[in-house]
Design a protein around this ligand. Structure first.
Ligand code: HEC
Ligand code: HEC
Length: 238
């Protein structure tokens, strides 16, 4: 992703702000979560983001890895630096979810679906994105679950696509790990992570990132697999 595209994107964002001025003004009193460091795994907006948006968008605090749409940290970093406040970003996000607009020509063939979320869900996700997107140095919250592997699961965005009770993740693009892990061997789990295209689970898209082998060290991979196996076993035992 080219960092210099802010320069062309900022006017687009600011134009939508102008168009939406009235809408935003009407919502000025909403209480957004202002301290991004406080947004933990249980934050509703974060969970909604991971379930509905993270498969297409990178957002560091959500540890999401989707690349079908723009990186939302990059999208809002320049606006934030230019002094655009959370409420304004929230208005832009709300409007984009309500009625998606083409932001530039970089995403041919992918259309962001309209009205993915409405009402309180939309408010929560917009407030969440507004609180965290483009905040310099922001990281995912400390992960729930035991051991180093839980944090590795969280930091690599596994939860934006997979449900796993021990990690409190609820993604649905990929198989429910509570259901499939108990039937998998350690070697199969390893292969599924480092070489996901080799055997694509029936009924699912070949959408799992294929670069984990280069992003996760062998030691971390072992910790991750350990976490997955103990989580699944704990779950199977009730
Ligand atoms: C199927 C993939 C997909 C999903 C799911 C999706 N988006 Fe998008 N989104 C896109 C694409 C593609 C664009 C760029 C639009 C374009 O240029 O055509 C985009 C653009 C955006 C933008 C504008 C970014 C910018 O650079 O100005 C925001 C904000 C956004 N999406 C937020 C969300 C939120 C919040 C959700 C979840 C409620 C979501 N998106 C779900 C694909 C998706
Ligand atoms: C962008 C979405 C996405 C992300 C992120 C993702 N996965 Fe997946 N995953 C999938 C999909 C879709 C499948 C099913 C297709 C396939 O088998 O490749 C899958 C398959 C799997 C399987 C095999 C399941 C089976 O039934 O064979 C395992 C295990 C798995 N993922 C673990 C992980 C782990 C661990 C991470 C994080 C390091 C992760 N996934 C990140 C989407 C994702």
């Amino acid at each position: 992703m080219k960092m210099n595209k802010f320069s062309t994107k900022l006017p687009v964002l600011l134009a939508s702000v102008a168009i939406l001025g009235a809408v935003i003004a009407g919502c000025g009193t909403s209480s957004s979560n202002s301290d991004p460091e406080e947004l933990g795994f249980q934050d509703r907006g974060r969970q909604l983001f991971n379930a509905n948006c993270g498969t297409c968008h990178v957002l560091a605090q959500a540890a999401s890895t989707g690349t079908q749409g723009p990186n939302l940290d990059d999208a809002f970093a320049a606006a934030r630096l230019a002094g655009v406040d959370d409420d304004t970003i929230k208005g832009i996000v709300r409007a984009q979810v309500h009625r998606p607009q083409v932001v530039n020509g970089n995403y041919p063939g992918v259309t962001m679906p309209a009205n993915l979320l409405e009402g309180n869900d939309l408010e929560d996700v917009a407030a969440y994105v507004a609180a965290v997107a483009g905040v310099p140095g922001i990281e995912p919250p400390k992960a729930p679950g035991e051991g180093a592997g839980a944090q590795i699961y969280a930091n690599n965005g596994c939860g934006s696509c997979h449900t796993l009770a021990a990690a409190q993740s609820a993604g649905t693009l990929g198989p429910n790990l509570d259901e499939v892990l108990p039937k998998m061997s350690k070697a199969e789990i390893h292969e599924a992570i480092v070489n996901p295209g080799a055997k694509v689970e029936n009924g699912y898209p070949n959408a799992m990132p294929s670069d984990y082998a280069s992003k996760i060290s062998e030691e971390q991979l072992n910790q991750l697999i350990e976490f997955l196996m103990t989580s699944a076993a704990a779950d199977a035992n009730g």
